[in-house]
Design a protein around this ligand. Structure first.
Ligand code: SAM
Length: 332
């Protein structure tokens, strides 16, 4: 069975937030003083999550990305990975993390069946890093990235949200870092999501300008080429290959959206299915599940939800994105 939305897009990818909590407070994600901790009974239990993902897999979801908040703060995440990787139909389970706890968990995650990992890394300068993350320790994150590589997670992708006047001067350093460590590097346009994203919109730098900076940093002799994404859930990225073999992606969610090929939905840690990152539409699955409905009922709810997926995001509408949840609640 395939999940096809009303615009003919096939939905095969689910991003699953396992917690709203985070041990960083990045400038573009949080305004800083929000209280985001969710009562634990509000969170889907790991059993409920596994049940829902089994239902999703029967409907054609093949790939799961575990995210948050910071997913490594969720108790027994390794056990969840183990349970999800053995669900027939789930071809891949991956993780987005800030890597503060990755050194501790990289090996056991790999053994549990995790294939690959995306790490947020917005600066290689300890002071800038601490400023952007409001207190994050760069050296701990770098140890986490190293542990992921040693554990054999592959690829390890590093994501940098580029902010003019904050970290844009570090584009060349980031390219050199990725090249030196065999990492896939992705630059992300700042997105106007939630109050924090809206504030950081003043630092927005377009994908085209980021690309120019990358080209300038590697010199005229090394031509960037367009290519296919090596491993990933697409369709978000435009990738460029350097002669060195380094892969660089640029996620241009704002300047050149990729809604027409969107293949994803999001499940929040509270059990709501979110149809689109840039719209408010969502459907509560936890309530019905806790009131005792059977799998077939939930399956029909998901099929209906997919029909409500909008054609595109509404980043151009300020009221809409102000009203959006912060990314950490959406499973960014
Ligand atoms: N804690 C994990 C991490 O750090 O990767 C997972 C959650 S975090 C919300 C996932 C990603 O959301 C981060 O890599 C960050 O780049 C992205 N993100 C959050 N808010 C954003 C914004 N306003 N613009 C662009 N990217 C954003």
């Amino acid at each position: 069975m395939a999940l096809i939305d009303s615009f003919g897009r096939s939905i095969t990818y689910l991003r699953v937030s396992v917690t709203d909590r985070c041990n960083m407070r990045c400038l573009y994600c949080r305004v800083g003083d929000e209280r985001l901790s969710v009562e634990s009974r509000e969170l889907l239990t790991l059993e409920e999550l596994t049940r829902l993902i089994r239902i999703f897999s029967l409907l054609g979801i093949e790939k799961i990305r575990i995210t948050g908040g910071e997913p490594l703060l969720r108790k027994n995440l390794v056990g969840l990975v183990q349970d999800l990787t053995v669900i027939p139909g789930i071809r891949e389970v991956s993780l987005s993390t800030n890597a503060l706890l990755l050194e501790r968990f990289a090996d056991s995650l790999k053994q549990a069946g995790l294939r690959r990992v995306n790490v947020s890394l917005d600066s290689l300068n300890a002071d800038t890093f601490a400023k952007v993350t409001r207190g994050g320790r760069l050296e701990v994150v770098l140890q986490g990235i190293h542990a992921a590589v040693v554990a054999g997670l592959n690829p390890v992708k590093v994501n940098m949200v580029v902010m003019r006047g904050v970290n844009d001067e570090e584009i060349p350093a980031m390219v050199a870092f990725a090249r030196g460590h065999g990492l896939v590097l992705r630059f992300i346009e700042t997105m106007p999501i939630g109050e924090a994203g809206l504030r950081m919109d003043q630092c927005y730098m377009s994908a085209a300008e980021i690309l120019d900076r990358v080209q300038a940093s590697i010199g005229e002799d090394h031509v960037l080429k367009t290519g296919n994404q090596p491993v990933g859930n697409g369709p978000a990225n435009y990738f460029y290959y350097m002669e060195s073999g380094t892969t660089i992606g640029i996620i241009s969610a704002k300047s050149r959206n990729f809604c027409e090929t969107c293949n994803r939905m999001r499940l929040t840690s509270r059990g709501e299915l979110v149809f689109c990152l840039g719209n408010m539409g969502r459907m509560d699955l936890k309530g019905p599940m806790r009131s005792g409905v059977d799998d077939d009922y939930l399956r029909r709810m998901v099929v209906q939800a997919v029909q409500q997926k909008p054609q595109g995001h509404m980043f151009q509408d300020e009221d809409n994105h102000r009203a959006l949840h912060v990314m950490s609640g959406l499973g960014g």
